[in-house]
Design a protein around this ligand. Structure first.
Ligand code: NAG
Length: 151
């Protein structure tokens, strides 16, 4: 019984969905840790609320890639604040049974399917809005759950 449970645990871990490379220049999906604007992990403080995504490092202007085979479910606006217009775009995606959003990315296209590793858009100029921040793509699950286990 015990060995069966171990086997099932191993199979479950192997079967778990993992994000492939999201951003050119960051093949390991390394994460934003801490900078003058805050921290990148899920649940970090954001004034009166909590950070609802996970921040993956991505330089301004870098190419953003499909982390696995995905369907594009349209474009998003991130902010209502006009002073953040320069980075106010994102993409809604699904694949591997997950629905998720990428913020601060200008999509190349907003519908159809894209294979893992193909370009889906461009990282927007985050330094122009948040000088000194670790520029990043914000990954947020559509149900607001924690994306960290998928990285
Ligand atoms: C994202 O796409 C999914 C699947 O089509 C949809 O259910 C969801 O409402 C969309 N979310 C946003 C914010 O557009």
């Amino acid at each position: 019984m015990r060995s069966l449970l171990v086997l099932l645990a191993v199979l479950w871990v192997c079967d778990a969905v993992k994000f492939g490379q999201l951003c050119s220049g960051n093949p390991s999906n390394s994460r934003r840790t801490s900078d003058r604007w805050g921290q990148g992990q899920y649940g970090a403080g954001r004034g009166t609320r909590l950070h609802q995504g996970l921040d993956i490092k991505c330089s301004d202007g870098a190419a953003v890639y499909a982390p696995f085979d995905v369907t594009l479910n349209g474009k998003l606006t991130v902010y209502t604040d006009p002073t953040k217009a320069a980075i106010n775009e994102g993409i809604n995606l699904s694949g591997q049974g997950l629905c998720f959003k990428l913020f601060y990315v200008r999509p190349d296209r907003t519908s159809g399917t894209v294979r893992k590793g193909q370009r889906i858009g461009t990282m927007l100029p985050m330094q122009s809005v948040y000088p000194g921040i670790t520029s990043h793509v914000h990954v947020q699950m559509c149900d607001k759950s924690d994306p960290t286990p998928y990285f």
